[in-house]
Structure formats: C-alpha cells, structure tokens
Design a protein around this ligand. Structure first.
Ligand SMILES: *[C@@H]1O[C@H](CO)[C@@H](O)[C@H](O)[C@H]1NC(C)=O
Ligand SMILES: *[C@@H]1O[C@H](CO)[C@@H](O)[C@H](O)[C@H]1NC(C)=O
Ligand SMILES: *[C@@H]1O[C@H](CO)[C@@H](O)[C@H](O)[C@H]1NC(C)=O
Ligand SMILES: *[C@@H]1O[C@H](CO)[C@@H](O)[C@H](O)[C@H]1NC(C)=O
Ligand SMILES: *[C@@H]1O[C@H](CO)[C@@H](O)[C@H](O)[C@H]1NC(C)=O
Ligand SMILES: *[C@@H]1O[C@H](CO)[C@@H](O)[C@H](O)[C@H]1NC(C)=O
Ligand SMILES: *[C@@H]1O[C@H](CO)[C@@H](O)[C@H](O)[C@H]1NC(C)=O
Length: 576
C-alpha cells in the first residue's frame, strides 16, 4: 500500500532536515464541489425576489428569522448554507458537451474556478483533494453532486494552465467499498485522460487517489484495483481518515483534521484552545520506520457536533489554526493536509446530548433548533478557510501565512511578527468557570476567569458547573447533566468594538454574588471583579445569550441561550 512507499523517502527528509530550503514539502487542502443543488436553490430564492438567508444570518437576526424562512416560503428543500462565500453561492455543474444537462448549468463557472485557483495558489496549496466521501456509486445524484463538477474543475484548470496561469493539482477521495464504482468513473474520465497527466496530483511518479479508511468506504480489493488502474499500475492510494485515536495515525492513515490533545492526560481530544498550553495534534507515522509522514491543520475542528457548545473550538480569530501550526512547524513532516477550503453546507443530526443547551447554538427558539449541524456551523465553528461574506478572510490570511512558513522552513522563533505567529490579535478570549455553593438556605453561583481561584473555591466547598457536552478540557464535562444553562462559557478579555463589561458583584453581607453590566451592581453590593467583555449583538464569535436568573433560595445563577426559570432582567449580552 501507499503508506509503505513513504518509507524510502523519509530517510531523505531526515537527512535534509538541517537544510530547510531543500526539504520538499507539499500541501493539500480538502476541497468541495458539492454545492450544485444548494447553490441553485439560492438562485431560485433570488429569482423569486426572496432574501438569501444563511444560518449565520438567521442567528444574527436574533429570533426575527427562522431557519424555515430560508427555503420554506419558496417550497424548496435543500441544504442551508452556513455562510455565503465571498464569491457568492457558486457551483461548478454544467452539462457535458453534446448532452442535455441533469440540472441547469451553474453561472460564472470560469470566474469561480479562476478565483479559486488564485486563492489557493496564493495560499501555497499544491493540490486540492476533492471530497467524494459520500458518493460510492455512480448514480445521477453522484453525477450532479461530484462527478460532473470535478470534471468541470479539471476542464477549467486545464484551460488556465494552457494560458500559463498556475493552478493547484487535483486528487480525488472517493468512498470505495466493495461493489463501488465512482472511483472507476473518476479514473476513466480524469486520471486516464492524457491531457490531465500533469494536473493530477502525484507522489513518486504515481497519480494519487485517497480512500477514506473507514468501514463504510474501504475495501482491500477495491484499493488494489484502484492502484492497478486497469493494468496501468500508475496510481498510488493514500488512506485518509485518521480520527479516532492513535492507532489510525500509527497505521499510516493520514489525518484530514486532527483535534488538539489535552495536556491533562496527553491523550484525550480537547476543544480548549484558550487555557491549554499547546495543541499537540497527532501526526501520521510511517508504520515501517516510525517516522512522521503527514500532519493536518484546520480552520477549526469538531469532536462531536459543531453546533453544540464546546464541541468545536471555532476559529478564534485564527488562533485555532495558528496553534495547530505550532505543531506543524515543529514537526515539519513532508506532507501537510489542510481542512478545509469550502464545505459551507453539511450534514445534520439529532443532538448527541439530551441536556437543555444541546441545540443549534444561538437559535434557542428556532423550529429547526434540534437538527444540529455536525461538521460546520455558522460562520465561526467551521473548518473552512475560504473567505466568506459573514466571516471575512481572517482564517484564510492566517493559514496562508502559516503555510508560507512551513514551505520556507521557518518557525515562529524566526518570524515572531508573522501573522501566523502573532498572538495579541488572537488571544482576546477568556474562559469563564461557573461554580456553585449551597450553604444552609443560600445557593450562590460565582463566575471566575482565574483558574487558580477555581481551585481555591473548590477547596472551600464550591462545585464546578460542568459542560454537558464533551469537548473542553479546561472545564469539567459531565454528559449526564440534563440542564447545562448555568455552565461555563467564553467571553472577551478586553474591550473590543460592540462589547460591554461584565462585572462580578458581591452584596454587602457576602452571601450571594451576581453578574451585571451595571458598574453600580444594580444597587446590590459592589464590583468584585470585571470578568471580561460580552458582545452586544448575537452572531459571529458569540452566539449564545447570557441571562441572570434568580434561584428559589434567594441567590443568583445564570442561563446560557435559554430563558431562566426565574428571570432577572433581559439578556445581558452574548458569549460563546
Ligand atoms: C426566545 O423566546 C423567549 C421566550 O420564550 C424570549 O424571551 C427570547 O427573547 C427568545 N429568543 C430569541 C433569540 O428569539
Ligand atoms: C408553495 O406551496 C403552497 C402549498 O402547495 C402554495 O400555496 C404556495 O403558493 C407555494 N409557493 C410558491 C412560492 O410556490
Ligand atoms: C455572476 O457574476 C456576475 C458578475 O460578476 C454577478 O453579478 C452575479 O451575481 C454572479 N452570479 C452568481 C450566481 O454568483
Ligand atoms: C480530455 O481532456 C481534454 C481537456 O479538457 C478534453 O478536451 C478531452 O475531451 C478529454 N478527453 C476525453 C476522452 O474525455
Ligand atoms: C506559456 O509558456 C510557455 C513556456 O514559457 C510558452 O512557450 C507559451 O507560449 C506560453 N503560452 C501562453 C498562452 O502564454
Ligand atoms: C456511470 O454512469 C453513466 C451514466 O449512467 C454510465 O454511462 C457509465 O458507464 C457509468 N460508469 C461506470 C464505471 O459505472
Ligand atoms: C525554530 O527553529 C529553530 C531553528 O531550526 C530552532 O532552533 C528552534 O528551536 C525552533 N523553535 C521552535 C519554537 O520550534
């Protein structure tokens, strides 16, 4: 299998490691062509003079709009875009020459393919890996979703190369279980077209096909047939799907996104970027030599369902990708794989948690709040790096800077002011721990951004209110919790535009604390500390409302995203 092929090269990389400029390194990125149906649905909305809504836009409407408003009024059923790409709702389907189309041709294909080639080349991307992981068989729907759009990408980038305009190379990543045939179509139409010989991504003189190494998509016999390519023997396969624990990485399977690892036990995955010393995501090893062959970095990543609190670290102004790159630049393996360029839409499921706060964050009253997004959510909680209307280009620019360092053989010691390395612009967040204490008939909740105070309070009999959702390592997690509203959150550690201070108040007899945006603590006690700053609008980095609640015992608590049982005023602001 392909993984063994890296063994011979590894010795060369070790020998050359002292001369970074000579280290051959390549960078791939997960690329989606799957937008045909959703993009055309958005065009229909525009044609009916509707407003083109995205999940992020519905969240920002703060309850004025509902996810049912995206397509409902137009009787359309399609995937909802989390955000709008800066290039618009593009797609790449067009009918084959001489054939009737299965759906209308997408507009602006050459513009889109040209703009993507430039964005990707400017970013230092050597090849795109087209995601075909959901389409094992050659059906009409597979043709609309991926086969034909991938052909169009080849056609367009081939034309650009004929004009001496650089494009990345292309590889495909088809789900290929026993009996599958999408891989055969892709080989026939693309890999075996002599015109595309140099457009197909190659390693060691062979064309690369990646295969999702999971039980639904992988079969030894099919992998061998792909490598044989009908007797041409000109394909090498890469297993690409390392996710669940060290065994996959040690077996040589490439990661396409790899979560950071908790410093607490050195093993579990964490979504805590703020408050953890390092990311330390797992690299892929060559099982023959133990040498490192590949590593991944992503705009963000999920450890369960991205739309749930703390299941995905989010972009954090590029901090997440920059922290992943600390490890990339330290290990500097020969292959780097990024996730992702442009998913934008994606799968939805019932929430894995039954706690009250387990719904699409920021949409507490939405009619679709309980069908949660898994891989990518809204603008912030996504692996994507393509610039978007709602999210801007921060992640794209940070990732581009990081790739440039990787290719130049530099790290942040050498380039401390590089956008990949600066932290003051990105470390603007603070963890807020929530602790409660029941003493006699007083039930008090205190919030703190100081980890040392958490320990001190615990010694004094306070108990931390955990996250009911798996993900964070700085906060405790208790998946048996059925509520979660009084749990931890993240706010800003400095005053940024459209934020206001959040104070921790203590009343004169020191029997209860409350949170407030009033520097006079609502006339009940005095400010004990400024916890940080909360957003005044819902959306972007801060999707969840923060409310102050009364408790039956006369104390206070808070509630995240949902109303309190006993409310104490309107929403204070928005946190994550
Ligand atoms: C959700 O509904 C509650 C009333 O049940 C209301 O107080 C709150 O403002 C609503 N929030 C949003 C975002 O619609
Ligand atoms: C959507 O379907 C409903 C019920 O069939 C119909 O009344 C309405 O006119 C349709 N709307 C559009 C925009 O087609
Ligand atoms: C196609 O490009 C034109 C001109 O740039 C633009 O006005 C139009 O909105 C684009 N259409 C789509 C669907 O992106
Ligand atoms: C191979 O690709 C070229 C360039 O796009 C195209 O003109 C040609 O028709 C393709 N060949 C086949 C057999 O599809
Ligand atoms: C592309 O570059 C090659 C080599 O420099 C040159 O021969 C060819 O004329 C160029 N083609 C175009 C369209 O500029
Ligand atoms: C894929 O489907 C098309 C359209 O039905 C058919 O012409 C082609 O032969 C199929 N290819 C394979 C390898 O199954
Ligand atoms: C950065 O690279 C230099 C030179 O290769 C090395 O000495 C240093 O330890 C590296 N620093 C980090 C933080 O990896």
């Amino acid at each position: 299998m392909s993984v063994n092929a890296f063994g011979a090269r590894l010795a060369v990389f070790v020998a050359l490691a002292l001369v970074p400029a000579l280290v051959a390194a390549d960078v791939g990125i997960l690329y989606e062509v799957w937008h045909t149906t959703a993009a055309q649905a958005m065009q229909q909305v525009a044609a009916m003079h509707g407003t083109q809504l995205t999940t992020e836009r519905v969240i920002r409407s703060n309850g004025a709009q509902d996810l049912n408003d995206v397509y409902g009024p137009y009787n359309i059923s399609s995937d909802i875009y989390n955000v709008e790409p800066a290039l618009g709702f593009y797609c790449l389907y067009r009918a084959r020459a001489g054939e009737p189309g299965l759906v209308p041709d997408c507009p602006n294909i050459t513009q889109t393919a040209t703009a993507h080639a430039k964005l990707l080349v400017d970013m230092g991307i050597d090849y795109v890996m087209v995601d075909v992981t959901n389409w094992p068989t050659n059906t009409t729907s597979t043709d609309i979703s991926v086969i034909r759009p991938t052909e169009v990408l080849f056609e367009e980038w081939y034309k650009l190369r004929q004009q001496n305009i650089s494009t990345p190379a292309i590889a495909v990543w088809p789900c290929s279980p026993a009996g599958s045939n999408t891989w055969q179509v892709l080989l026939d139409k693309l890999y075996n077209n002599a015109s595309y010989a140099s457009l197909v991504y190659q390693q060691n003189g062979k064309k690369v096909v990646a295969i999702p190494k999971n039980p639904n998509c992988y079969d030894e016999g099919v992998a061998a047939a792909i490598a044989a390519n009908g007797g041409r023997n000109d394909v090498t396969t890469i297993n690409l799907w390392a996710l669940f624990g060290p065994a996959d990485y040690e077996a040589g399977t490439w990661g396409f996104f790899s979560p950071c690892v908790s410093s607490t036990d050195g093993t579990s995955y964490t979504t805590s970027i703020v408050g953890e010393p390092a990311c330390n995501q797992r690299p892929t090893l060559d099982p023959a030599t133990g040498g490192i062959t590949e590593i991944s970095a992503s705009g963000a990543y999920m450890v369960s369902q991205s739309a749930l609190p703390f299941a995905n670290p989010g972009h954090l102004r590029g901090l997440t990708v920059a922290r992943l790159f600390e490890r990339v630049l330290d290990l500097r393996p020969p292959h780097l794989f990024l996730s992702s360029f442009n998913e934008h839409i994606g799968g939805r499921q019932q929430p894995v948690s039954s706690s009250k706060i387990a719904f699409n964050m920021g949409l507490p009253n939405d009619s679709q709040r309980d069908v949660v997004w898994v891989d990518t959510y809204a603008s912030e909680f996504s692996r994507d790096m393509e610039p978007t209307v709602e999210g801007g280009d921060t992640v794209y620019r940070v990732a581009s800077a990081c790739v440039a360092l990787y290719k130049a053989g530099l790290n942040c010691t050498a380039a401390p002011t590089d956008l990949c390395c600066t932290r003051a612009d990105k470390e603007v967040f603070a963890n807020v721990w929530s602790l409660s204490h029941a003493s006699g008939n007083v039930y008090d909740t205190v919030l703190t951004t100081n980890a040392a105070e958490v320990s001190a309070l615990e010694t004094d009999g306070w108990a931390e209110n955990c996250s009911p959702i798996s993900g964070p390592s700085v906060f405790c997690v208790d998946t048996s919790l059925t509520d979660g509203r009084n749990g931890p959150f993240i706010l800003y550690n400095q005053q940024l535009p459209n934020t206001i201070p959040l104070y921790r108040c203590n009343e004169p007899q020191q029997t209860h604390h409350h949170i407030s945006t009033d520097p006079n603590c609502d006339g009940d006690g005095a400010v004990e500390s400024t916890l940080g700053f909360i957003a005044q609008q819902r959306g972007g980095e801060t999707l969840r409302g923060l409310y102050r609640c009364k408790t039956p015992q006369g104390g206070y608590a808070h509630s995240l995203d949902l109303p309190c049982d006993t409310p104490d005023g309107p929403v204070l602001g928005y946190v994550r």
